[in-house]
Design a protein around this ligand. Structure first.
Ligand code: SF4
Ligand code: SF4
Length: 81
């Protein structure tokens, strides 16, 4: 089964260089997350069925609806070439 991006501080839009959370003003890392988690815009923009490792496979959660511009909670990153 494919893996998904983690909802942790490293992938959060509030994570700033130096490892500081812009909201809580404390040091955070990939071990942390909170209810204010907001996926980085660059990661959001890259997420759709065409960039999903499950697209056109038996692991797709919505094979009848999967298409360009669509996205679901089961999106998984493709392996680096
Ligand atoms: S503590 Fe919450 S708001 Fe701050 S970087 Fe982590 S997930 Fe984002
Ligand atoms: S419907 Fe979901 S699981 Fe299927 S390709 Fe799109 S994002 Fe991936």
């Amino acid at each position: 089964m494919a893996i998904r991006l983690a909802n942790n501080c490293i992938n959060c839009d509030h994570y700033v260089d130096g490892g500081i959370c812009a909201i809580h003003k404390v040091m955070v890392s990939g071990k942390h997350t909170c209810d204010s988690f907001d996926m980085k815009l660059s990661l959001k923009n890259d997420r759709n069925c065409l960039s999903c490792a499950r697209f056109e496979t038996e692991h797709c959660a919505h094979p009848d609806h999967a298409s360009a511009g669509m996205l679901c909670a089961s999106w998984a990153p493709q392996a680096e070439a």
